[in-house]
Design a binder for this molecule. Structure first.
Ligand code: HEC
Ligand SMILES: [Cu+2]
Length: 414
């Protein structure tokens, strides 16, 4: 009896899931439902919601009606024995809610199994969360930190890990959310047919981190874009090579601002210190490059700190720990704990394995020319950008032709 009842519910639920697999427009309750999973999740929500409305209305009506019907009519109150037992009524109010709950259980259970079981042929994207950014890595070695681009009409599986603390990846329009736990892999999968225009950067879905227990999780917001197969393939190829196709002289202003997006949550350009020291003129010191060249900055700890030597100039120069300012900055990025800027702890994540030599060159170039950048990290000279874009377009066309299927060594994310 129980098992055939369960089977019946399962059938109905699966039927409902099948019926509602079209994307849904946004409404008062929900944002756009842009994944295959969305309609069924919404349906579960609406069903539970409407059951709530119904019983809320029913209870309220009965309450009002009884208050009126059994109101005190005179000062003389007479109590008499009321009914104490009604089998039909009691069976009814037990059986109906039980059936409803079994139904809700199956909707939840089937929905849960579906969300937790990625199809075997899903397209896999590795996700790394760290304070305070996401990194998406594709099978061909392409990496992206500024957006998650997925192929349309194919199941996509995110294989997620964290480098530091708990994070939680959430794409409201896809109705999926999963914690990202340090020391553990977690999965998330979804499939979307709702193509966003590859040529229109304002056409996207939001991806949030919803682990609001630390400084800047709120700021881990990136765009999700859904590309048709061909555009997707082209994008991943381009992404795998984006740094290589930028000519040397354009590197600092074409790659610098993109790479700086990973630093912006801690390092400002306007001189106001945040989680990390500003790269602009701060505390009476010049901007970062001059500060390092002149050795004016103060350090107060780190694995390579020498007691009594508090000035950067004690560490940088001929015969010292770092021969050149570049060497100091490079180590600051790869091994941030080596020397700590005075007033700061060892809180910067390492970018070893994420930024290759060209990327480091771009970042250092940006530091050297910091007055050519706006406070938000964008480059001031639009004309120079346009000229560089033309050069890059040429290099790209050549590179895409020759991109291998597997990862080029040391590919760097945007
Ligand atoms: C989570 C916050 C955080 C992020 C993200 C971060 N940093 Fe840092 N950074 C720090 C802190 C804190 C310090 C000071 C302590 C130290 O020296 O390690 C620092 C110091 C530095 C220094 C030495 C600065 C000086 O004045 O001597 C450099 C260079 C640097 N960071 C570069 C970068 C670059 C490049 C990125 C992005 C690719 C980046 N940081 C991302 C927190 C961060
Ligand atoms: Cu987070």
């Amino acid at each position: 009896m129980i098992s055939s009842l369960c089977g019946m519910f399962e059938g109905v639920v699966l039927l409902l899931a099948e019926a509602g697999s079209e994307p849904t427009p946004s409404n008062f309750w929900m944002p756009e439902g842009a994944s295959k999973q969305a309609p069924f999740i919404d349906l579960s929500f609406y069903i539970i919601n409407w059951i709530n409305y119904f019983f809320f209305g029913l209870v309220t009506l009965v309450l009002v009606w009884f208050s009126f019907r059994y109101r005190q009519r005179s000062k003389h109150v007479e109590f008499s024995e009321g009914p104490v037992h009604n089998t039909t009524l009691e069976v009814t109010w037990t059986v109906i809610p039980t059936l409803i709950l079994i139904g809700i259980f199956f909707m939840g259970f089937i929905g849960y199994l579906d969300l937790r079981t990625p199809p075997k042929d899903a397209f896999k994207i590795n996700v790394t969360a760290q304070q305070w950014a996401w990194e998406f890595e594709y099978p061909n070695g392409a990496k992206s930190t500024s957006e998650l681009v997925i192929p349309a009409g194919r199941p996509v599986q995110l294989v997620m890990r964290s480098k530091d603390v708990l994070h939680s990846l959430y794409i409201p329009d896809f109705r999926v959310k999963q914690d990202v736990v340090p020391g553990r892999y977690t999965y998330l999968w979804f499939e979307s047919d709702v193509v966003t225009d590859p040529d229109d950067e304002s056409d996207f879905f939001w991806l949030f981190c919803t682990e609001y227990c630390g400084d800047s999780h709120w700021n881990m917001n990136v765009h999700v874009r859904v590309f048709p197969d061909e555009d997707f393939e082209e994008w991943t190829k381009e992404q795998a090579r984006w740094l290589d196709v930028i000519p040397e002289q354009d590197l600092y202003f074409m790659a610098g601002p993109k790479l700086y997006k990973r630093c912006v949550t801690c390092h400002s350009l306007d001189g106001i210190d945040g989680s990390g020291p500003s790269w602009g003129p701060r505390n009476g010191l010049p901007a970062i490059w001059d500060r390092v060249v002149k050795g004016e900055g103060e350090v107060s700890g780190g694995s390579k700190f020498i007691a009594g030597k508090n000035k950067l100039s004690d560490y940088i120069g001929d015969g010292k720990l770092y021969e050149t300012p570049e060497a100091y900055i490079r180590e600051s990025i790869y091994n941030p704990g080596a020397l700590l800027v005075a007033g700061y702890g060892n809180q910067m994540p390492t970018f070893q394995g994420q930024l290759n030599d060209r990327a480091i060159d771009a970042v250092i170039g940006m530091m050297k020319n910091i007055d050519q950048f706006n406070a938000d990290g964008s480059f001031k000279d639009q004309a120079m950008i346009e000229e560089a874009e033309a050069r890059i377009a040429e290099a790209k066309a050549a590179a895409i032709e020759s991109t291998p299927a597997e990862a080029p060594a040391g590919a760097v994310s945007e």
